[in-house]
Design a protein. Structure first.
Length: 103
C-alpha cells in the first residue's frame, strides 16, 4: 500500500514540476538565466560536452560511465530533495491550519 501512495505522490509531483517549469519559461528572469547557461555552453564547448554526456571528452570509457552514473545520482537526489521540500510544505501548512483551528 505504501509503495502505491509514494508512486502516486511522485506522479503528482512530476506533474506539478512540469507545470511550474512551463510557467517559469514565461518569466523574463528565468529565461535570462537559461539563456546565460546556453551562452556559456556555446562559448565553451567542453562544458556543453560535459552536460550532454559527450563520451569523446573523457579519457576512457570507464570515466565516461562513471560520469553518467554521477549525473544520474545527482539528478535523482535533486528530484527527491525538491519533492521532499514540496510535501514538507504541505505538511507544515496543514499543521498550521490545524493549530489555528481552521481545520
Amino acid at each position: 500500500m505504501e509503495q502505491g501512495v509514494w508512486r502516486i505522490l511522485e506522479q503528482e509531483y512530476d506533474e506539478l514540476d512540469n507545470e511550474v517549469v512551463r510557467r517559469l519559461r514565461s518569466e523574463t528572469a528565468y529565461m535570462m538565466w537559461v539563456q546565460r547557461r546556453v551562452d556559456i555552453q556555446m562559448e565553451h564547448p567542453f562544458i556543453k560536452g560535459m552536460t550532454d554526456g559527450d563520451a569523446g571528452i573523457f579519457p576512457s570509457d570507464a570515466d565516461y560511465q562513471a560520469w553518467l552514473e554521477v549525473r544520474k545520482t545527482l539528478d535523482e537526489t535533486e528530484r527527491m530533495e525538491r519533492m521532499a521540500f514540496y510535501w514538507q510544505g504541505h505538511m507544515d501548512c496543514y499543521a498550521y491550519l490545524k493549530k489555528m483551528g481552521a481545520l
